[in-house]
Design a protein around this ligand. Structure first.
Ligand code: GTP
Ligand code: MG
Length: 217
């Protein structure tokens, strides 16, 4: 069921800043704290960012995997003064790419995650029905490794598309995923917005922003 309730975190401004991919482009010098969104192609990263910032089409989404082809940065401002950069990353596990192309993508994503000075957290998304697959587990392990030049990243795990399950199924699935991963998994749907506020709380905690007063749970 769609809630349509405005988020207590109220994003008052969200805009595209810059993008960089293997074909070119460069990211601006780091400014605000950054959060990256990563996961398999088609897992729902771009849709999740639109849902988080309550804009229908800030970020381009597609039912065809491989839609996002570069690291795209979005600057967002919340009513309580929080300013963040959200980084939408190209998906991995996209079978139609050549081996060389896949290696170049991995280099781009790993380089960004390792070297971006203002990056504080990574949200790793996977389809709730597929669960955490080998590529996802590899990324989680990579993201948890201390970075040579910058602080460690906080890792937030999100199971997407939970609207495709009944509410009893989704409860059982999240409990199972929590158990399997030994971590807390946030269930999320860009269709119903379920999980949006829980994810905002987790992101704010990960980057050290106090929650908006009206949203303390
Ligand atoms: P790449 O850019 O290719 O890496 O994909 P992505 O992870 O950014 O996925 P995107 O947001 O483009 O969504 C992929 C497809 O899944 C689109 O058809 C979306 O409409 C659909 N989708 C995304 N999130 C949800 C969700 O929560 N529920 C349902 N039912 N569909 C979703
Ligand atoms: Mg995308």
């Amino acid at each position: 069921m769609k809630t349509d309730k405005p988020s207590p975190f109220q994003i008052i401004d969200a805009k595209f800043t810059a993008g960089a991919g293997i074909e070119g482009g460069s990211l601006p010098p780091p400014t605000f704290v950054e959060i990256a969104f990563a996961g398999r192609s088609n897992s729902g990263k771009s849709s999740l960012i639109n849902t988080l910032v309550e804009r229908k089409s800030l970020v381009r989404t597609s039912s065809t995997p491989g839609c996002t082809r570069q690291v795209n940065l979005f600057e967002v401002s919340a009513r309580d003064g929080m300013r963040l950069m959200l980084a939408d990353l190209p998906g991995y596990g996209f079978a139609k790419r050549s081996k060389q192309e896949r290696a170049e993508w991995a280099k781009l994503i790993e380089g960004y995650l390792r070297d971006r000075a203002t990056l504080r957290a990574i949200v790793i998304l996977f389809d709730a029905r597929r669960g955490i697959e080998q590529d996802d587990a590899d990324l989680v392990a990579f993201a948890r490794e201390p970075r040579p030049a910058h602080g460690s990243l906080e890792v937030v795990l999100v199971a997407t598309k939970i609207d495709k399950m009944s509410s009893s199924e989704r409860h059982a699935r999240i409990a199972q995923l929590n158990k399997e991963s030994g971590a807390r998994i946030i269930g999320f749907s860009s269709v119903t917005t379920e999980g949006r506020d829980e994810l905002w709380r987790a992101i704010r905690k990960a980057v050290g922003f106090a929650p908006a007063p009206e949203a303390r749970a």
